[in-house]
Design a protein around this ligand. Sequence first.
Ligand SMILES: Nc1ncnc2c1ncn2[C@@H]1O[C@H](COP(=O)(O)OP(=O)(O)OP(=O)(O)O)[C@@H](O)[C@H]1O
Ligand SMILES: [Mg+2]
Length: 330
Amino acid sequence: MTLLEVQNLHTHFITRDIGNQVQVAKALNSVSFKVDAGEILGLVGETGAGKSLTALSIMGLLRPPAEIVDGSIRFEGEDIVAMQRDELNRIRGAAIAMVGQNPRGALDPLTRIGEQIARVARAHDPQLSNDKATSMAVESMERVGIADPLRRAQAWPHELSGGMAQRVLIAMALINGPRLLIADEPTTGLDVTVQAQILDLLRALVQELNMGAMIITHDLGVVAQYCNRTAVMYAGRIVEEGGTRSVFGDPRHPYTKALIGSTPEKLDFTLDAEVGGGPPNLYALPPGCHYIDRCPKAAAQCNSMPPNLALSATHHALCHFAAGDQARAS
Ligand SMILES: Nc1ncnc2c1ncn2[C@@H]1O[C@H](COP(=O)(O)OP(=O)(O)OP(=O)(O)O)[C@@H](O)[C@H]1O
Ligand SMILES: [Mg+2]
């Protein structure tokens, strides 16, 4: 079942310069993807690609000068973009929940853990009694593998390790029973063992609760290991999307190839050093392929918008040459 369907999403930063001329930074350009129940989509791309902006657009958390200028975001069939604030509030934080990076920074240092989690439940349902909200908080802590949750509910944020703090944030995200969980860099700053524990937990929760999830990361290794599908983002566009095996086994966009090929041991993004150059200026994007200045294969037709070429029913690449070199010759 399709939970989330983003279609043709354009999110831009619209400002005026000193001369009152309108300036537009086209941060997201025709972004389309789906997330099904029970699956994890990995959204990867280097810094500034638009990953967090995609998440914020979905959560309805954009702040001016960012705005959605075109496209739809359907959650369980309803277009969130067209929704009124109160309708959106019903969905945000409950049906769709988000876990961010820097868990410790996201917690209120002056409130005990259990109370912070209970607040999220009460914010969604103000009728909830304190006792009920507290027992829900303890239950949610148990679900994310926090041992002795009754005692831990009394802890202060500074008493928690980074991994434990991230579990607390996941407990908060889960308390209102979301169908979709968006995790933006959920393991940045955690050590490798704890990272694996958190990702194992997310994967188990997706299966157990039949949620859909989107994991946003720089780390291709995380995507390869945990995500059913992969979407690769470059300068505000999804340049390749498909089953993780298919994308990693048979990458067709030169950017995806560079990512996978450049740092096989680390599987991390150091593309600037490897390939050279940086992403284009969002205020003056090239008319065709956004990757044109860095692409070893760039040719005349790359100045026009590349087709989103279907390589199979579920694997697409946004490149004139995605079908292979023979297509280039013809
Ligand atoms: N006020 C603004 N005006 C213009 N452009 C902006 C503004 N704020 C952010 N941007 C641009 O929006 C783009 C998308 O940023 P986003 O935070 O979504 O990137 P990201 O893929 O999440 O990167 P990271 O991996 O560093 O978290 C960036 O290129 C950024 O420079
Ligand atoms: Mg980000």
